[in-house]
Design a protein around this ligand. Structure first.
Ligand SMILES: *[C@@H]1O[C@H](CO)[C@@H](O)[C@H](O)[C@H]1NC(C)=O
Ligand SMILES: *[C@@H]1O[C@H](CO)[C@@H](O)[C@H](O)[C@H]1NC(C)=O
Ligand SMILES: *[C@@H]1O[C@H](CO)[C@@H](O)[C@H](O)[C@H]1NC(C)=O
Ligand SMILES: *[C@@H]1O[C@H](CO)[C@@H](O)[C@H](O)[C@H]1NC(C)=O
Ligand SMILES: *[C@@H]1O[C@H](CO)[C@@H](O)[C@H](O)[C@H]1NC(C)=O
Ligand SMILES: *[C@@H]1O[C@H](CO)[C@@H](O)[C@H](O)[C@H]1NC(C)=O
Ligand SMILES: *[C@@H]1O[C@H](CO)[C@@H](O)[C@H](O)[C@H]1NC(C)=O
Ligand SMILES: *[C@@H]1O[C@H](CO)[C@@H](O)[C@H](O)[C@H]1NC(C)=O
Ligand SMILES: *[C@@H]1O[C@H](CO)[C@@H](O)[C@H](O)[C@H]1NC(C)=O
Ligand SMILES: *[C@@H]1O[C@H](CO)[C@@H](O)[C@H](O)[C@H]1NC(C)=O
Ligand SMILES: *[C@@H]1O[C@H](CO)[C@@H](O)[C@H](O)[C@H]1NC(C)=O
Length: 430
C-alpha cells in the first residue's frame, strides 16, 4: 500500500514515481508520479479460473476473485525502455502483473500471471507443486494512444490452463497531462450485436462449440484475435512564438509547432508544449543559435550565413537532447544540414508540415514555421520567403505573361490607330 518510488520519464520534464490507491473486490487503481500526475488508470472486474491436475490424475477447476489483501510492490510508471507496470501480489506466492508498452500510435498490456500450486488453500491436491507463469496480451488488440479503453461485456482471456474473465473495464495508460482522455476505444465485443457473436461462435466448427459448452461458462464470449484497428495520427503540436534579445533589442524571431520523432530505442513522439518551452541562445552577425527547452527536451538550432555571393542564411546544425533520467540521455546532432534557406534581411516561412531529418533515428516535424535569425528590425518579421514553390514559380510567369499580352495589345492598337490617323491627316493635306 505504501507508495513506491521510481525515477523515470516518458515525456519532457517529468520524473515519475508511483502512488497506488486501492479498493476491495474489483481492481480500481491509479498509478501516479511525484507531481500527482497519473500514468496509469485501471478499473476492472476479474475472475480467474485455473485448471490443474490432481494427485489422482484428474483435472480440477479452481475459480477465484482477486482477494482484498493485495500488495503492489513492483508497480511503476516505467522508464524510456519500459512502460507503466501494475503489479499485484497476493496470498502465498501468486502474482498478477500487467506491463504496458506503446508504439507511436497504440498501447497494449501483457498480463503475466504466476500461480503457485504450493498454496494448499487453492490447490489442496495438486500433483505438481510450484509456481507456474502464463502470459497473455490484454487488451487483445492494441488501443489507440490517448484514448480510454472501455469494455463492459465479459471477455474470456485464455492462455494454457487459465481463463481470466474480465469485465467492466476502464483503462488508460500513457496519459496526457495525467488526465483521462475524453476519447474512448470501445472493445469489439461491446460494439458487436449479440446475434453476430452467436453466429461467429457457431460458424467456426460444431466440435469447438461442444467442447466450449462442457468446459467453460456457456454465457461468456471467447475472444479471438481480430485484425488491428485503423489507427489515427498523433495530435498536432501547438504553435509557439519565441524570440531572443540582444541588450533588450529583439534580434531573433521564431514561430513554430515542434514535434520530435525519435525511433532510437522505443518509438517516441514528443510534442513541444509552447506553454512550458523556454527559448535561449545568441545572435551573431554570421551565426545565430536558438535553443528551445521544454522540460528535459532540448533542441538547438544553429543558423549561419552562407559563404556565397548571394547573401543567404540557412539552418546549418541541429542538436536534439532528451534527458530521461540521471544516466539515460537520448541525443543526436548534425552539423552539416542545409534547411530553411532565405535571403539575408528577410524571414523564412513554411505553412505546411515539414519533416527535418537530423539523423536517421532523430526527426523533427515542424508546422506553421516562420523564422528570422538575422537582421530583425523593430521586433518584427521582415518580408518572408515562402517554402511553397507554388507561389514563387507560378505567380511571376502569370504577371509577366499578362503584362506582355497587354503590351502587345497596346502596340497593335497604337499601330492601327496611328495608321488611320496618319492616313486621314494625309488625305486632308492633299
Ligand atoms: C498528492 O495528492 C495527495 C492527495 O490528494 C496529497 O495528499 C499529496 O500531498 C499530493 N502530493 C503532491 C506532491 O502534490
Ligand atoms: C466470479 O467468481 C465469483 C466467485 O467464484 C462468483 O461468485 C461470480 O459469480 C463470478 N462472476 C462471474 C461474472 O463469473
Ligand atoms: C527501466 O526499467 C527497467 C525495469 O523496471 C529496469 O530494468 C531498467 O534498468 C530501467 N532503465 C533505466 C534507464 O532506468
Ligand atoms: C495444462 O493442462 C494440460 C492438461 O490439460 C497439461 O498437460 C499442461 O501441462 C498444463 N499446462 C500448464 C502450463 O500447466
Ligand atoms: C458493469 O457496469 C455497468 C454499468 O456501469 C453496471 O450496470 C453493471 O452492474 C456492472 N456489472 C457488474 C457485474 O459489476
Ligand atoms: C516517426 O518516424 C517513424 C519512422 O521513420 C515513422 O514511421 C512515423 O510515421 C513517424 N511518426 C510521426 C508522427 O512523424
Ligand atoms: C497553453 O495554455 C493555454 C492557456 O492557459 C491553454 O489554453 C492551452 O491549452 C495550453 N496549451 C497546451 C499545449 O497545453
Ligand atoms: C568564404 O569563401 C572564400 C573563398 O571561397 C574563402 O576565402 C573564405 O575563407 C570563406 N569564408 C568562410 C567564413 O568560410
Ligand atoms: C545509472 O547509474 C547508477 C549509478 O549512478 C547505476 O547504478 C545504474 O545501473 C545506472 N543505470 C543505467 C541504466 O545505466
Ligand atoms: C548536443 O548538446 C548536448 C547538450 O548541451 C551536448 O552535451 C552535446 O555535446 C551536443 N552535441 C554536439 C554534437 O554538439
Ligand atoms: C546530416 O545531414 C546530412 C544532410 O541531410 C546527411 O547527408 C548526413 O548523413 C547527416 N549526418 C548524420 C550523422 O546523420
Amino acid at each position: 500500500m505504501a507508495p513506491r518510488l521510481l525515477r523515470v520519464s516518458l515525456r519532457c520534464g517529468f520524473a515519475l514515481f508511483v502512488l497506488v490507491l486501492f479498493q476491495t473486490n474489483a481492481l480500481d487503481v491509479e498509478v501516479k508520479d511525484d507531481d500527482n500526475v497519473t500514468c496509469l488508470f485501471a478499473q476492472w472486474k476479474m475472475n480467474i479460473s485455473i485448471k490443474y491436475e490432481t494427485e489422482g490424475n484428474e483435472y480440477k477447476n479452481v475459480a477465484f476473485m482477486l482477494p482484498t489483501e493485495v500488495r503492489y510492490d513492483g508497480s511503476t510508471c516505467g522508464n524510456e525502455t519500459y512502460g507503466p507496470i501494475l503489479a499485484l501480489e497476493f496470498e502465498e506466492g501468486h502474482s498478477w502483473v500487467i506491463s504496458f508498452t506503446k508504439t507511436s500510435n497504440t498501447y497494449q498490456g501483457i498480463i503475466s500471471f504466476t500461480y503457485n500450486t504450493n498454496d494448499t488453500k487453492l490447490f489442496p491436491d495438486a500433483k505438481r507443486k510450484g509456481p507456474i507463469t502464463i502470459a497473455v496480451k490484454y487488451p487483445v488488440q492494441p488501443v489507440k494512444l490517448y484514448t480510454v479503453f472501455s469494455c463492459h461485456d465479459m471477455e474470456s482471456v485464455e492462455s494454457d490452463n487459465i481463463t481470466q474473465e474480465i469485465w467492466n473495464v476502464t483503462l488508460q495508460t500513457f496519459l496526457e497531462d495525467g488526465s483521462l482522455s475524453s476519447k474512448k476505444t470501445i472493445c469489439d465485443i461491446d460494439t458487436m450485436p449479440t446475434t453476430t457473436t452467436t453466429t461467429t461462435t457457431t460458424s467456426t466448427t460444431t466440435t469447438t462449440q461442444v467442447t466450449t459448452n462442457t468446459t467453460t461458462v456457456p454465457t461468456t464470449t471467447t475472444v479471438t484475435f481480430p485484425p488491428l484497428p485503423t489507427l489515427q495520427p498523433i495530435e498536432r503540436p501547438a504553435t509557439g512564438s519565441y524570440s531572443l534579445t540582444n541588450n533588450t533589442v529583439v534580434c531573433l524571431l521564431a514561430t513554430m509547432a515542434l514535434q520530435l520523432n525519435i525511433s532510437q530505442k522505443v518509438p517516441l513522439v514528443i510534442n513541444y508544449n509552447p506553454n512550458t518551452t523556454v527559448a535561449s541562445g545568441s545572435c551573431g552577425s554570421s551565426v545565430s543559435v536558438l535553443t528551445l527547452t521544454d522540460g528535459s527536451c532540448r533542441v538547438e538550432f544553429v543558423f549561419a550565413v552562407k559563404n556565397t555571393s548571394a547573401e543567404t542564411f540557412f539552418l546549418r546544425e541541429v542538436n536534439i537532447t532528451i534527458i530521461e533520467s540521471r544516466n539515460a540521455t537520448l541525443s543526436a546532432a548534425n552539423r552539416s544540414l542545409n534547411y530553411w534557406e532565405a535571403s539575408l534581411g528577410s524571414s523564412y516561412m513554411c505553412q505546411k508540415e515539414e519533416t527535418l531529418i537530423v539523423t536517421p533515428g532523430y526527426k523533427m516535424n515542424i508546422f506553421d514555421l516562420k523564422i528570422q535569425p538575422f537582421d530583425v528590425k523593430d521586433n518584427q518579421y521582415a518580408a518572408a520567403e515562402d517554402c511553397s514553390p507554388d507561389v514563387d514559380n507560378f505567380f511571376v510567369p502569370i504577371v509577366v505573361g499578362a503584362a506582355l499580352a497587354g503590351l502587345i495589345l497596346l502596340v497593335l492598337m497604337a499601330y492601327f490607330f496611328g495608321r488611320k490617323t496618319r492616313h486621314y491627316v494625309g488625305y486632308e493635306q492633299f
